[in-house]
Design a binder for this molecule. Structure first.
Ligand SMILES: Nc1nc2c(ncn2[C@@H]2O[C@H](COP(=O)(O)OP(=O)(O)OP(=O)(O)O)[C@@H](O)[C@H]2O)c(=O)[nH]1
Ligand SMILES: [Mg+2]
Length: 592
């Protein structure tokens, strides 16, 4: 499938949906609003394309090249320190979101003050993320291009931020550079990336630093190593399947800025850009359009039923109509009961996930105890010759490292587990609730003896079932208060013994504390996700039942008032019915 074709289709669908919404606005403002949201959804649907790699591989430069704008700060020292999300829009706007929940709009010149290690060291400004809205071609069609801090530098908090963001990636660009062969740290990071992201575009940057032969050697070496390291079992087969894009991001950026198309091609960034756009068009484009048109057709069929119901309510002998309404109300009660059952299932799922988390966490803590103590012991042995204050500092540092690395891997795994369970449960419940809504329409159609065209529902949009994302704060253990007192009064060996014992204690406490934090974080996110889903679930049934009630009682009121108006109304409804039918036919042409 090619990108331009999908883009054209997308534009046509957006327009059609907007017209459909306009035609309904006077009679059914709520449905009109839904159709209009659908059209917005198609134009906004996001796809997170995350740019990853070790520090200084040229991530920010590549993003600048793709959007053709030197907007992100780049430097020769480790720089990017917060997640920066670039989105398409017609006007430029930059917003900083803080960890405590506030936000503020800033200008382009102020950007470095928030996103760089130099001006915002250790993220003292507590920035959660920065969002840049930019009128750039590459960002059209809902692509979010995301810059991440480089991993593996001495600023370990930067590494954490990038690791934490992995679960939000739909696809990623992974940067390696020609001047440095694949490192162990890179392979390790890639393994984590692969656990989250199905599609990785491998890029070899800075090829301008090598001769052509050197470039070729580098490509062969890296593809070979990637195949071996990442796909041990199928390395041979993978070697021919891995595509590595050799580029010069810097040359690409310069070419884009000076609108030199040939130079842009030569930089290799053009080929990468085409591959990215094709992939995005294939993966997401069609599916989004298909879902939106299915949903719009479903709204059309629900609306048609409502109109038919109203028409019937104008014409049906009153006594028969009253009987039908009574039956409908009895049915509505049953529906509410079924709705309650579905909501109970949600609470049960929530309890089950928390129980699983607690069990997993306690298993993890028990299993890690001896391992972390052994690691600390090794550091203590190595640092035996240090004077007590250095010995304490060394152990202190080791505690942070040990706890962070031990906990982080487990946290990522557990997060995937929880996310998968939550998302699949959410999907299941949403499907059941949709089926219940379909039942409401079908049963009403049967009761009142009107036609109803039951439509296939579109897939549920991913953001309806998303497990929430939040940033976890760093850990800061401390041995310091004890050391001061001990160091001053005791001989070295005894002091070291005491420090070591205290360190073991601190290590256990920190492990437990960090687990507690993670539990708190997971539980909070789960609560938020459940709350959101509960709202989504309970809204649907109630609103649909209410709509049917309203439409019938409106007709009844008018019947008592004036028969001339009833005749006019029936004519209006018939016109509206044919309008809706017309839109439905055009929507059907999108995905016959
Ligand atoms: N020679 C050469 N240098 C490049 C190229 N791309 C980027 N650089 C330079 O590499 C350095 C790092 O680039 P950045 O874009 O800041 O790298 P980064 O990966 O975003 O770095 P962090 O944010 O610290 O992770 C800068 O000095 C860039 O000018 C390239 O294609 N060729
Ligand atoms: Mg950067």
């Amino acid at each position: 499938m090619n990108g331009t074709f999908v883009a054209g289709k997308r534009k046509a669908l957006i327009e059609l949906l907007q017209k459909f919404a306009e035609s309904l606005v006077n009679y059914f403002p709520d449905v009109s609003e839904k159709v209009s949201l659908l059209s917005q959804k198609v134009s906004n649907e996001q796809f997170n394309l995350v740019v990853l790699g070790q520090f200084k591989r040229g991530k920010s430069t590549l993003i600048n090249a793709l959007v053709g704008d030197n907007i992100l700060p780049t430097a020769v020292v480790p720089l990017t320190s917060v997640i920066t999300i670039l989105k398409g829009s017609s006007v430029e706007k930059i917003t900083v979101y803080f960890a405590h929940g506030g936000w503020s709009e800033i200008s382009r010149d102020e950007l470095p003050e928030f996103v760089t290690e130099r001006l915002n060291p250790n993220n003292v400004k507590q920035v959660e993320r920065v969002e840049i809205e930019l009128p750039a071609n590459f960002l059209k069609n809902g692509i979010h291009l995301i810059d991440t801090p480089g991993v593996g530098s001495i600023y370990s908090h930067n590494t954490d931020v990038s690791y934490h963001f992995l679960p939000n990636s739909d696809a990623s660009i992974f940067l390696l550079t020609a001047d440095q062969p694949l490192s162990i740290a890179e392979v390790e990071f890639l393994r984590s990336v692969r656990a989250y992201v199905d599609k990785i575009f491998f890029v070899l940057n800075k090829i301008d630093m090598l001769s052509e032969t050197e470039q070729n050697d580098a490509v062969v070496f890296i593809v070979d190593s990637l195949a071996k390291e990442l796909y041990a079992d199928t390395a041979l087969e993978m070697r021919s399947r891995i595509r590595l894009f050799p580029i010069s991001a810097r040359a690409g950026l310069n070419a884009k800025l000076s609108r030199d198309e040939m130079a842009y091609k030569r930089s290799g960034v053009a080929d990468l850009e085409i591959a990215l756009l094709d992939f995005l068009a294939d993966e997401k484009g069609e599916l989004i359009l298909q879902n939106a048109s299915k949903r719009a057709r479903q709204l059309a069929s629900e609306l048609t039923l409502l109109i038919e119901l109203q028409r019937k309510s104008y014409k049906e002998p009153l006594e028969r109509l009253q009987k039908k309404i009574e039956k409908f109300r009895a049915f509505a009660k049953e529906v509410h009961q079924q709705e309650e059952e579905i909501l109970d299932l949600l609470s049960a799922a929530q309890r089950k996930i928390i129980k699983m988390l607690d069990d997993d966490m306690s298993d993890f803590e028990t299993a890690s105890q001896p391992k972390v103590l052994a690691l600390l012991d090794a550091v203590a042995v190595q640092s035996k010759s240090f004077k007590p204050s250095d010995f304490a500092a060394e152990l202190n540092k080791a505690i942070v490292d040990i706890v962070t690395s031990t906990v982080e891997k487990w946290r990522l795994d557990e997060e995937t587990k929880i996310k998968n369970i939550f998302n699949s449960q959410a999907l299941e419940l949403l499907k059941r609730m949709s089926a219940l809504v379909d039942d409401i329409y079908q049963t009403s159609a049967d009761l009142f003896e009107v036609n109803f065209k039951r439509m296939e529902r579109g897939e549920i949009f991913s953001d309806e079932t998303q497990f929430y994302y939040m940033i976890l704060q760093d850990i800061k253990p401390s041995l310091e208060e004890v050391t001061e007192a001990i160091v001053k009064k005791l001989p070295k060996r005894i002091a070291q013994g005491l420090i070591y014992r205290k360190a073991k204690e601190t290590l256990t406490i920190e492990l437990d504390r960090q687990c507690g934090r993670i539990r708190y974080d997971f539980v909070q996110r789960l609560d938020k996700s459940v709350l959101h889903l509960r709202q989504l679930l309970s809204e649907s049934v109630a609103t649909h039942l209410a709509k049917i009630e309203t439409i019938i009682s409106e007709a009844l009121v008018l019947r008592e008032k004036s028969s001339a108006e009833v005749q006019d109304k029936i004519k209006d409804l018939e016109i509206l019915l044919s309008t809706i039918e017309g839109f439905d036919k055009r929507l059907a042409q999108f995905f016959p």
